[in-house]
Design a protein around this ligand. Sequence first.
Ligand code: HEM
Length: 145
Amino acid sequence: MIKYVYGLLIVLVLQLCLGCSSKNVAQSDQLYYDIGAHQGIEKLVDAFVQRIVKDKAILPYFAKSSVKHFKQGFINHLCGVVNGPCKYNGDSMIDIHTGMNINEADFNRVVELLIEAMEDVDISYQSQNKILVKLAVLRPEIIKI
Ligand code: HEM
């Protein structure tokens, strides 16, 4: 009987440990999966670019940019931001945006366009907020000093 109880206890402890470790793994990249993994990010960035090209205040910033290159860079960067399995190999946010003289209003507008794009592709408000919190910390690297 004692052996049986011990056995049961061991199984219980093992299950708890497995439960917590798989929970941790799931939690770390949960946002990535919640927004549809790589395909979801591609859809979002497509919608974002469609919003940018229709915006008179923001489009001029991209006058000399390659849309294809921007899309790929933004996809990889966002994928990393949401703890996905991609690696962004581009320049730092400071290096890219320095010299563009981005003001507060235009930064906010780009964030608005991203929110609209997230709505376009039906990303939940909870995931939207998580993404926005992660991007908000980049603000000082992007707005002109
Ligand atoms: C949190 C906000 C932002 C993030 C995370 C972000 C991120 C990025 C990334 C990842 C790239 C692509 C880098 C590459 O692979 O070449 C990029 C490029 C670019 N970003 Fe941003 N950006 C932000 C805000 C802005 C704002 C507010 C503007 C302008 C109003 C802007 C204008 C540009 C332009 C014009 C490029 C293309 C540069 C080129 O052609 O080399 N970005 N950004």
